[in-house]
Design a protein around this ligand. Sequence first.
Ligand SMILES: [Zn+2]
Length: 416
Amino acid sequence: MRRPLRRLHRSFRVAALFAAAGLAQSPSDLLKSPEIRAAFAAVEHNEPRMIETQVHVCEIPAPPFHEDVRGKELERLFNEAGLKDVRIDKAGNVIGVRPGKAAHPNLVFAAHLDTVFPEGTNVHVTREGTLLKGPGIGDDCRGLAVMLGVIHALNDAHVQTPGTITFVADVGEEGLGDLRGMKQLFYESLKGQIDAFVSVDGTGLGVTNIGVGSNRYKVTFKGPGGHSYGAFGLANPIQAMGRAIAKIDAFEVPTQPKTTFNVGRVGGGTSVNAIPFEGWMEVDMRSADPASLKAVDDKFHAALKEAVDEENARWKNRGAVSVSAELVGMRPAGQTPKDSPIVQTALAVSRALGIQETLHEGSTDANVPMNLHIPAITISGGGIGSGAHSLNESFDTKDSWKGTQRALLLAVSLVQ
Ligand SMILES: [Zn+2]
């Protein structure tokens, strides 16, 4: 007896949220419309062709900072799919517009071009039945294929959306790419023009609404250095670094929101019998909460200064040591609340399609808009993936069209 009541209550709440968000139609309403039914049929019909495209795009190498060749191909595919104003921005993002009746709401729908694999990696894709194997086949060639699948299905079904969808194949999502594509897009190329953001990344049917941010530093300690016996009594950069590491190790950080720190690499010195002139370390700190990330970052800078001051005091400033911290990576943190209209819409889409939904945290393109408080989530692109970021990456195409249908219904729901 309680169950139906609860369900009723929940759907009422969702309807209220759509009203609050100015959404004319809920996903389940849209799902009943003849155009969306036609678009769903087109997704299924086109899927084999989209899988071909997924393989084709994936066999164009896109190592970090060298996404240009794959980007050129996406530019061609965007033009072929009839997108308007197709262009490549300063960072290398490929942008194409599918205009609605109005310019706003403007939803950016993105997938990333880059892979983690270095230049020279064999990117040939093999097939056994429904199983595709190749580096990047899921992350994120699947996202690119879903994006193209959505565009073609909307066109085939002649869907005219009230708002506009801007499609972006972006650069720099992985590792040291440092979200540079998204930074360019939100800080310059489309600054102030984006009302909502969805990226399609990887496989399965998840939704990510928490963006774990990170700050990464290369820290260098320097001093004059000298003979370990003859110059004994000089401050020592590596010993100063040891003091800093001990202080970092003692940091107390919150478990909720999870906040972390790590000294990942160290190096320096020239010989066992020389006071080093240099020592260095690499440090990574993470949190989904911008304030917690800033707090641990502040502690880290204070620890460096204290460590150097103590080392110099210990040796009465003979051969004084100095320290500098270079920011080598910065992925902004943020989150889109569970009760926000975009997350509620994504959950309503999943419910309408009978998909069991759980919310995830991660570090994706959506971090940048989340940090700017622009409604943003990352969804995955359907199918079954394994081995992301490894040479054994695979993608099972079984029922993968469900991912494209989910993405399509979400995109249309967000531009009502
Ligand atoms: Zn990815």
